[in-house]
Design a protein around this ligand. Structure first.
Ligand SMILES: C[S@@+](CC[C@H](N)C(=O)[O-])C[C@H]1O[C@@H](n2cnc3c(N)ncnc32)[C@H](O)[C@@H]1O
Length: 302
C-alpha cells in the first residue's frame, strides 16, 4: 500500500511509527496519557473514532472513559498496525465495543454526522495539509461533536546536564531537515506541530477551540521505558539531521545518551522535559461554509 509505506518508514532505518517503538513511547508516558483522556471528560456511551489508531494503544483508555455502552472504531492505513490492534484487544472486556478498519483520515469508514468524538493522537505530525484534513474529518462528527488532536512539539524539549549549545544545534538540524524533506519531496514530518494545532483547528472551521498542554518531566533514575524512549529519540535526531551536523556534534550527542561511561542518563542531576498538546474543537455543521473557505484561504496566504 503506497500511502502506508510513505508514512511507515523513514530513510534511516529507525521507523518511529514502528509498532515496538509506539509501545515503548506509550508506556513511557502512560501516566500523562491516562490524564489526557481523563481530562477530556468523554460522555459515557459515546461513539468515538480513533483516527490513526496504530496498534490500538489508546483503546483501553478510551473504552474506560466511555464505559460499556460506548463504541470505538479504530482507523488506520497500516494493515500491520490494525492486526496488532486486533490482537491486543483479544479477550479484553471492551472487545465487543471495538472495531478496527483500514482507511485514511479524510475518508473515515463511518456515517457522516455520526461520531461524538474523533480522536487522533500522534498523527498530525505526518499530515502535509493538516487544515484540509481536519476540515474533512469534521463531516463525520455529529453536530456539536468534538475533534481531539494530540501531538508532540520538539521545540519544548530540554535535557538537563547536556551542553545547551549542542542541544540547540541538534534540534536546529532536525528542524532544518524537516524543511529539506518538504523541499525534496520526502515523507512529510512536522515534529513541531503541537503548538500549531489550535490555529489549524480554527482555520479548519472548528469552534470553541481549546488547547491543553502536558509537561512531561522525568528525572534520574529513569524508568526503563523512558530511557529507551530517550535513546530512540536521540539516535533519530542525529541520523535524520546528520547531513546538517558536524561529525563532532554527532559523536558528542550519541555519547551523551549511549556511551557506557559518559552516559548523561546515569547522572544523578539528569532530567528531561517536553510538552505535549491536546487541542479540541467543536464541529458546527450549520456554520457558514463560506467562512470555512475564507479561513482556509487566509491560512494559505499566511
Ligand atoms: C505515530 S503513529 C500513532 C499511532 C497511535 N495513534 C498512537 O498514538 O500510538 C501514526 C499512525 O498514523 C497512521 N497514519 C498516518 N497517516 C494517516 C492517514 N492519512 N490516515 C490514516 N492513518 C494514518 C500511521 O499508519 C500510524 O499507524
Amino acid at each position: 500500500m503506497a500511502t502506508n509505506n510513505s508514512v511507515y518508514t523513514n530513510e534511516c532505518g529507525l521507523p518511529l511509527n514502528a509498532i515496538e517503538w509506539l509501545e515503548t513511547h506509550h508506556t513511557s508516558k502512560a501516566v500523562e496519557r491516562r490524564q489526557m483522556i481523563c481530562d477530556l471528560q468523554l460522555e459515557a456511551g459515546s461513539f468515538v473514532v480513533d483516527a490513526g489508531c496504530g496498534p490500538g494503544l489508546w483503546t483501553p483508555l478510551l473504552a474506560e472513559a466511555i464505559g460499556p455502552y460506548g463504541q470505538i472504531i479504530g482507523v488506520d492505513i497500516s494493515a500491520e498496525a490494525l492486526v496488532t490492534a486486533q490482537r491486543r484487544s483479544y479477550g479484553k472486556w471492551y472487545r465487543k465495543q471495538v472495531q478496527y478498519k483500514c482507511a485514511a483520515l479524510e475518508e473515515l469508514p463511518v456515517e457522516a454526522g455520526s461520531a461524538d468524538v474523533v480522536f487522533s493522537a500522534n498523527v498530525s505530525q505526518y499530515l502535509p495539509e493538516p487544515v484540509e484534513t481536519f476540515a474533512a474529518m469534521g463531516r463525520y462528527l455529529s453536530n456539536g461533536g468534538r475533534l481531539v488532536i494530540k501531538d508532540i512539539d520538539f521545540g519544548t524539549m530540554r535535557f538537563q546536564t547536556i551542553d545547551t549549545g549542542l542541544q540547540a544545534r541538534v534540534l536546529q538540524a532536525r528542524e532544518d531537515w524537516e524543511q529539506l524533506r518538504v523541499d525534496e519531496g520526502l515523507t512529510f514530518e512536522d515534529s513541531w506541530v503541537g503548538s500549531k494545532l489550535a490555529g489549524y483547528l480554527r482555520a479548519a472551521g472548528y469552534e470553541d477551540v481549546q488547547e491543553k498542554s502536558y509537561r512531561i518531566v522525568r528525572k534520574y533514575p529513569l524508568p526503563k521505558a523512558f530511557r529507551c524512549y530517550l535513546q530512540g529519540i536521540a539516535e533519530w535526531f542525529v541520523c535524520e539531521g546528520a547531513p546538517l551536523l558536524t561529525g563532532e556534534d554527532i559523536t558528542n550527542w550519541l555519547r551523551c545518551f549511549l556511551d557506557e561511561s559518559h552516559n548523561v542518563l546515569d547522572q544523578e542531576s539528569f532530567s528531561s522535559e517536553e510538552t505535549e498538546f491536546i487541542v479540541t474543537g467543536v464541529w458546527n455543521k450549520h456554520a457558514p461554509t463560506t467562512m470555512r473557505f475564507f479561513d482556509l484561504h487566509a491560512v494559505a496566504q499566511a
